[in-house]
Design a protein around this ligand. Sequence first.
Ligand code: C2O
Ligand code: CU
Length: 502
Amino acid sequence: MHHLSRRQVVLGGLGLAATATLAACAGASNGSGMPSRSFGTPAPITPRAGQRLVETRLTARPVTLDLGGPTVPTWAYGDTAPGPLVRATAGDFLRLTLDNQLPADTTIHWHGIRLRNAADGVPGLTQDPVKPGGKFVYEFTAPDPGTYFFHPHVGVQLDRGLYAPMVIDDPHEPGAYDTEWVIVLDDWVDGTGRTPDEVLNKLIADGGTASSGGMGGMDMGGMGGMDHGSMDGMGMGSPPWGDAGDVAYPYFLINGKVATAPDTLKGKPGQRVRLRVINAASDTVFTVALGGHRLTITHTDGHAVQPTQVGAFYIGMGERYDAVLTLQDGVFPLVASPFGKTSGGQAMALVRTGSGSAPGPDVTPAELSGQVLIGSQLQPADSAKLAAKEPDATAHLDLQGSMKPYRWGINGAPFGENDPLTVKAGQRLRINATNMTMMTHPLHLHGHTFALPSGLRKDTVLMAPMQSLTLDLDADNAGDWLIHCHNIYHGEAGMMIALNYV
Ligand code: C2O
Ligand code: CU
């Protein structure tokens, strides 16, 4: 009862109704805030006449992976992390069967796809969790071309090896390139003496109990970054992202390999290559560059942008960037440098088009010291622009929280206690989002894309400390959706909110 009265006081101070239940202050255990609803088995659906069917089975199971030296017990889709590429063409009907051979409940979320709600993979919101030994059939049309990925939406399972790329091809793609490389970035801890669940429990334990601050942390956003200077492997915050992560990882990976045993991408000088770069990390923003090359960014989160030449770009957790480049002659490092982290080295792959000795795992391409693109500053291609329109409805979305206690939330409370955002089908909704903390958060929206004021379409956007952004979206895909921080530890600790409409 003590907790309840404290909570009422704090929420009252935030001007919110104090209707939440007591479970709240117990913290971040999986699903603590999930409404208890039962969904049963979704009714099967079938392709329309003439619609192509793409079928795959994905088996989530315990596995031992060789990261290129370090060998780790983990969970993955099949035998590798990243798991198998799922590829289809825009408009195809996908039937993807999850076979859960894990000793835990799981689901799959198809990150960035504007799919039907029943296939979105959020337990408690769109489906029942898939039990060990159980199966679930995800059926949906993939309407938009682009670079996507998929992962569980249960606990911190994404920080194991449970992630894989998904490419939806554009039937009208001019294909002004000779070859394509999918580049999946990750931060790795699982099986190195800690599991992601242990990492989360330690963050919560190190943050102390609710009695050292309780819900007060929610309106003390400035606390978010203050403890990191003393943590192993954590640099002090620096521009533009301040503190960007909570976890010191022993390894950073490109396509499942450490920099000392890099994945090698082979091509010929003069070839045009399309890169599809996916940040599947749980707690790491990367700066990406290819030594000796300029990159022309063509898409972000699946949507076309005005082609922009850069030496390097930032990529937040859950974001995707497509770039084209012309291969030079030699051996070059493709580096993903973890922002603000001082241990664990960097992620690196090699690009080889000729002879020459390979650069070492610590190489710093000159491009990393030049100007680095912040993706939200890209301009949309005319074809991808969200048409300008006055919003029919507005909502506010405040990102809040702290490291001590380790507690993250949106609009005054963690997920399950905060009030869902709502809109009416057909409306243009404007979300006035503000990051009230000293950390960077990649804000992700399910089932839709939002547009920045420039008209740039994204489904995941990095919000710097204290930054505000207006995000416009068309409510054209009714259902119960999540908006959340794609730092998986923040999300699991409560930094999520629902967007519901019929
Ligand atoms: Cu990759 Cu809820 O998202
Ligand atoms: Cu966050």
